[in-house]
Each structure stands twice: as structure tokens, then as C-alpha cells.
Design a protein around this ligand. Structure first.
Ligand SMILES: Cc1ncc(COP(=O)(O)O)c(C=O)c1O
Length: 442
């Protein structure tokens, strides 16, 4: 019998806690309008009050006033050709050995959309190994497309969240269907940066098992002073099929511009990999093109004489913010707080045995209390999710449970973007007090 559409059977495999908690927070705000919400869940510097550099505004103003109105038109489906040529020059600035050509570059509507296409075009039955914890779009979309739970390798919190190389090899041996390994460096959600030694070990495994690497480097411009980002394209050159993922969202406060790009490296190494890259390129045609305006201006933005100084200042300030939040949280003995080395995230974890499903915090508004009590009664709710719900209802601070990043270690992820020192102090002292009260409550 004909029916209206039913949901895709894999829908439950789509998980994006960073935004799901927003619905919970807005629901609570609706019940208790006096509660002030503090958003520490989303990596959006503009929403956290960081200013958009004047030079970016000037470039955009000039662009929209061009006589030819080019930014109001479609671009080439794979990305504006001049911008793709610029992307090659840009990549070679960091990876001089690369043989990238502009036809190896694909622009998408934000990197999120590029990530979705990459997993969508993998042949049925083949899998891409994912880090745990991870940025959920990767693991969730791979899982959705394959119709199975993600296959993970461990990031080791005792080693600054570095990938566990032995575990990667074990997964490759246990799952002959794995055809690729995803690496996120600098890392979301942990804020860490991988050493050359670690990346070389991953490259060697990819070579040994004949799999590709997907290297998400969207944060590579946000490496704190004293730390170095090693480009996977340099290590994998002429050795391993590689896709590097980049984007505008984090390099400059303009995530709403929705501009990401994929670089297909070493496509001549393996005809199967070449076919796969061609399939992704074909897939993008169906979307007509990615947003034109950011594509038209990014060469001018990155080449602007003020960009590098602005970027360094941004990273330095982000380091100060991350360190100050870590210092406040380090006062809680039940937490282990790693240092943020790049990007704008921190993922403290609870020491074993410190969380349970009896702990609570006082909630004064009776309707909010009833709503939260119902929410935490959900069967199999992770203990760290329960923690974030109570913190939200008690303090108004919105953070994301580590379990929503597929972390086996209970904890929570914060963005380290709270720029104003007084506000930050107030927020995190309140957060620390509430966390201590929660841990001591049951
Ligand atoms: C690791 C990582 N990759 C990709 C993205 C997607 O970026 P966008 O879709 O804004 O380009 C993000 C966003 O937070 C991210 O953290």
C-alpha cells in the first residue's frame, strides 16, 4: 500500500550533540525565561563576541559592489577555477612537495557538506576507521552511510589524547572492510595536536594496509605559540592516497560563510582511489555549486597583509583563554584537564567512579525540574549527559557531554572562546562550584 515517506532506517545513527543540547537549553529557557543561558557548546567565535576583522569587512564590501556582480552568480560546480588555483598555491606554501592540481580541489558549502559527500560516495560494505572521541559529523555520517555502528580507534587521554597506533593496527587487522582512516589534527574535541612521529606511524600503517587517509586540518591555522602542526600531505606525499580537508570557518570569524574545500592528493597511486575521487567530484555537480561570495574573496583574505599578524594574535589570545579555563577547572580533584594546544576546545574527563546516575543539582523552577527529571529518566542515558543537563538547568551554562563525541571516557567538551576575562571568571567559577556540588550530591 502507498504511504507518505517514512524516515530512513539509519536515522538513529545520526548524532550531533553540539546542536541537540541547544533544543534542551531553549526548552528550559521557555519554561524559565529568567534563566540566563551561557553558550559554551558551539565553536562560533562571532556568537561569543569576537570581532570580525575590519579588513574582512572591507574586502566583502568591495566584492559586493563590483560592477560585474560576480558574487551573486553561480560558480563552477567544483568551485571557482581561480580560487581552486589559489587553493593549490596555498597548499603548496605548507606542503612544497605536493603535486596538487586545481582539478584536485573541490569546494563545498562548509566543510560539513564535504565530509558528508566523502562518506556517501564510499562503496557499500567498505568502512572508514574513525577516532574516538571525534567530531561527530565524521563518525555519525560514516555510520549512517554504512548502516552500522562506527568502527573506532582510540585516542589515549593518558598520552595527551594521541592516537593509539597499536589500536589502529588492530582495527585494520580485525576489519578487512576498512578502506580509510580519518585523522583530525588539530583535534576537535580534545584541543590537541599530533606529533610528527604519530602522523608518520599512521602513514606507515596506511601504506602497509593499502588504505587512504582523510586528514581533517580545518584548525591548522589555530596552533598555539610553541606548538607545530605537521601537514599530512608532506608525510603522505607519493606514499598514500590522501584527502586533506580545509575550511574558512575557523581561520577567520566567518563560520556563516559556509566555505570548505577538499584536496585530493596522490590520486595516481591507486586507480581505485582515483575512481573514488572522481565519484565525489561527480556527486558535487548535483548541488550546482557552493556559495559564491566566500570563494570569490578568500584569496584576497588570506593574502591580505594583515591576515598573518591577525591570525597569530588570535591564536595567542585563544591560548590565554584556554589556559585560564583549564586553571579554574583544575581545582576540581575529580577532573583530569588536558591542556589545549590548538583550536578552541577543552575536554575534561571525570576520574573513574566519580560520576553516577543519582547525582543532582537543585533546580528552583518546578517546571524545569520536572522537565529535567523526565529527560534524565531516559533509559541508558550516559552519566555525563545527565551531568550536562543538571549543569544547564542549575547554572544556564550549555556544554556538550563527551559521550556525544563518541568518547568512552565520561566528561564534557567546552569551547574556549569566552573572551571577556570578568565574564569568563564568573562563568567558570560558577561552573566549578556547580560541578563540585553535583559530584558531592550522591
Ligand atoms: C573537525 C571539524 N571538521 C569540520 C567542521 C565543519 O566546519 P564547517 O562546516 O563550518 O566548514 C568542524 C566544525 O566545527 C570541525 O570541528
Amino acid at each position: 500500500m502507498r504511504t507518505t515517506p517514512t524516515a530512513h532506517p539509519n536515522t538513529e545513527l545520526l548524532v550531533y550533540g553540539i546542536r541537540e543540547i541547544v533544543d534542551v537549553a531553549n526548552k528550559i529557557k521557555g519554561l524559565d525565561p529568567a534563566l540566563e543561558l551561557t553558550w559554551e557548546n558551539i565553536g562560533d567565535p562571532v556568537a561569543k563576541g569576537w570581532s570580525v576583522p575590519q579588513f574582512l569587512k572591507e574586502i566583502l564590501t568591495e566584492e559586493i559592489h563590483r560592477a560585474d556582480n560576480r558574487s551573486f552568480a553561480y560558480t563552477h560546480s567544483r568551485g571557482n577555477i581561480e580560487t581552486r588555483k589559489w587553493a593549490v598555491t596555498y597548499a603548496k606554501q605548507f606542503c612544497p612537495s605536493s603535486t596538487l592540481d586545481y582539478e584536485d580541489i573541490l569546494f563545498t558549502n562548509g566543510l560539513g557538506s564535504g565530509i558528508a559527500m566523502l562518506y556517501q560516495m564510499v562503496a557499500p560494505g567498505k568502512r572508514i576507521l574513525q577516532p574516538s572521541p571525534t567530531y561527530p559529523t565524521h563518525a555519525s555520517f560514516e555510520s549512517f552511510c554504512s548502516g552500522n555502528a562506527p568502527i573506532f580507534y582510540k585516542l589515549d587521554p593518558e598520552k595527551g589524547w594521541a592516537p593509539d597506533i597499536a589500536d589502529i593496527e588492530a582495527q585494520l587487522q580485525n576489519h578487512p572492510d576498512i578502506v580509510g582512516i580519518t585523522v583530525i589534527n588539530p583535534n576537535n574535541p580534545t584541543g590537541t595536536i599530533y606529533s610528527q612521529e604519530t602522523l608518520e606511524a599512521i602513514t606507515r600503517l596506511a601504506e602497509k594496509y593499502n588504505v587512504m587517509i582523510i586528514s581533517d586540518e580545518i584548525y591548522f591555522r589555530m596552533v598555539f605559540p610553541g606548538h607545530t602542526h605537521v601537514h599530512m600531505a608532506e608525510l603522505a606525499h607519493a606514499r598514500v592516497p590522501l584527502i586533506v580537508l580545509r575550511g574558512l570557518s575557523k581561520d577567520i570569524p566567518w563560520p556563516g560563510g559556509r566555505c570548505g574545500w577538499l584536496e585530493f592528493h596522490n590520486t595516481d597511486l591507486d586507480p581505485a582511489f582515483k575512481d573514488y575521487c572522481e565519484a565525489v567530484k561527480k556527486r558535487v555537480l548535483l548541488e550546482v555549486c557552493a556559495s559564491t561570495l566566500p570563494q570569490m574573496v578568500i584569496p584576497t583574505v588570506y593574502n591580505h597583509p594583515e591576515f598573518n599578524a591577525w591570525n597569530q594574535q588570535y591564536s595567542t589570545e585563544l591560548q590565554t583563554v584556554a589556559d585560564s579555563i583549564a586553571d579554574t577547572l583544575n581545582q576540581i580533584p575529580e577532573l583530569t584537564v588536558n591542556k589545549t594546544l590548538g583550536a578552541f576546545y577543552l575536554m575534561p574527563r571525570f576520574k573513574q567512579g566519580s560520576l553516577n546516575n543519582r547525582q543532582t543539582l537543585p533546580i528552583t523552577n518546578p517546571q524545569v525540574k520536572a522537565y529535567i527529571e523526565q529527560a534524565v529518566a531516559t533509559p541508558n542515558l550516559a552519566d555525563d549527559k545527565r551531568f550536562t543537563y543538571y549543569i544547564l538547568a542549575n547554572t544556564g551554562i550549555v556544554c556538550v557531554p563527551a559521550s556525544d563525541f563518541f568518547s568512552p571516557y565520561p566528561g564534557f567538551r567546552l569551547t574556549t572562546l569566552s573572551r571577556n576575562p570578568e565574564e569568563r571568571k564568573k562563568t567558570y567559577e560558577r561552573f566549578a562550584e556547580a560541578t563540585k556540588a553535583y559530584l558531592g550530591s550522591g
